[in-house]
Design a binder for this molecule. Structure first.
Ligand code: SF4
Length: 396
């Protein structure tokens, strides 16, 4: 396995490096030619891109290497399973590139490119040719936010906003800071994992962080580390830059089969994140997204792994909530016993559901709320199963 920390020493010291992108699977000689030929069909359907730094984290001697699982396509992605928009983001889209689900928070989908493409992405539809849900022109979104004084949080997402030019980001920061009721600007990004130099090498971006993240109105960087091996020295330096420039960092990631569905791995990830100043925030149950069958973990198994991982580390390493980003809200999985699954709305689309507690019959094969049967007499709703679940019970 390459030693990314060691070989990049000079680059780290100078704080500069340009990663080299790889878009053609044939350019990865570590994958046998016959496998590459098969994977091309997958990459044609769901976009593939990686860079030399991230490829360097893969241990090619391990066929089940977690970084490889995260970034290299798998044939099972072509299985007929799930939906492209599994939590119906279309229903909360109020204008092109603008989503408004919870009163205080608006999402601006301002970029349809990522530093690399996670195979389990729940927004992979955005990267498809005929998708028009994203727009670099955020003017309509800014007008919408200005007209909604209840909006105190704006999440820049996509795609990855840090793939935009710094000049464009600064324009967006300026425009948002001109709206008095916007307090928090969040940047949802996996660049600290894919390309830490995006932050380390860009003095103008760092200056913007210092300018637009102040004592009363912060910028938050919502990082996306999935595995402790992504937390290289240089990645930690990227987070350190943000912290020093006044940006609050926290981490959110899904539980991914073959990547972090192991208590020891998850615990190590959570602990190391807390050490570098980027403590865990959400651990997501994977949405039943088309193409994601090989990466999904059933709810009950995921909850058990999460509970086991929480047995270690300080309170800061154990702050994550295990949630499903369901069409109706963020639903936290609170507990599982021999017969039941206990959940609660952590965030609810319908204000009447805020904090609502619900009890479902335990189903160890279920991947999503829609597959669960309510316990009678508990005033728990039953959500309609989507057709992929009716024809296919899931990956295991
Ligand atoms: S960085 Fe986020 S949006 Fe981009 S491919 Fe990965 S999960 Fe999807």
């Amino acid at each position: 396995m390459a030693e990314p920390n060691a070989i990049r020493l000079e680059e780290r010291e100078s704080g500069t490096r340009r990663v080299r992108y790889v878009r053609d699977i044939d350019k990865i000689p570590n994958i046998p030619p016959e496998e590459r030929a098969r994977l091309k069909a997958v990459a044609k359907r769901y976009v593939f891109r990686v860079n030399d730094y991230y490829l360097g984290l893969i241990d090619w001697n391990d066929p089940n290497d977690p970084i490889k699982q995260l970034i290299i396509p798998r044939e099972e992605e072509l299985n007929d399973w799930g939906q492209l928009d599994a939590s119906n983001e279309q229903a909360i889209t109020v204008a092109r590139g603008v989503q408004h689900k919870y009163a205080h928070t608006v999402l601006l989908l301002c970029n349809e490119v990522c530093g690399a493409y996670c195979r389990y992405c729940f927004r992979k539809r955005l990267f498809m040719d005929d998708n028009d849900e994203v727009t670099n022109d955020v003017s309509e979104g800014l007008r919408y936010i200005a007209d909604h004084p209840e909006v105190t949080n704006v999440l820049l997402t996509g795609g990855d906003p840090l793939l935009m030019s710094t000049r464009r980001l600064v324009e967006i920061f300026e425009a948002l800071r001109a709206i008095p009721h916007v307090r928090i600007i969040r940047i949802g990004t996996k660049m600290p994992a894919f390309d830490p130099w995006r932050i380390l090498s860009d003095d103008k971006l760092r200056e913007a962080f210092r300018t637009f993240s102040g004592p009363q109105k912060r910028i938050y960087l919502m990082a996306h580390f999935d595995h402790p091996r992504e937390l290289t020295d240089v990645a930690a330096e990227g987070i350190d830059c943000c912290v020093r420039d006044g940006v609050i960092c926290c981490n959110q990631c899904p539980m991914i089969k073959g990547v972090n569905d192991c208590p020891d791995v998850l615990s190590e990830l959570f602990q190391k994140l807390s050490w570098i100043g980027c403590p865990p925030y959400y651990l997501f149950q994977g949405r039943p997204t088309a193409g994601n069958e090989p990466y999904e973990v059933p709810i009950v198994r995921g909850w058990r792994i999460f509970q086991e991982a929480l047995r270690h580390g300080s309170g800061l390493a154990r702050r994550a909530r295990f949630v499903m980003s369901h069409e109706t809200g963020k639903i936290e999985v609170l507990a599982v016993d021999e017969k039941k699954i206990y959940v609660r709305y952590h965030r609810a689309k319908d204000p009447n559901d805020r904090g609502r507690f619900m009890i479902y019959q335990r189903n160890d094969d279920a991947y999503w709320l829609d597959q669960l049967e309510p316990v009678e007499g508990t005033n728990t709703p039953r959500f309609k199963p989507s057709s992929p679940f009716e024809v296919n019970e899931g990956p295991e």
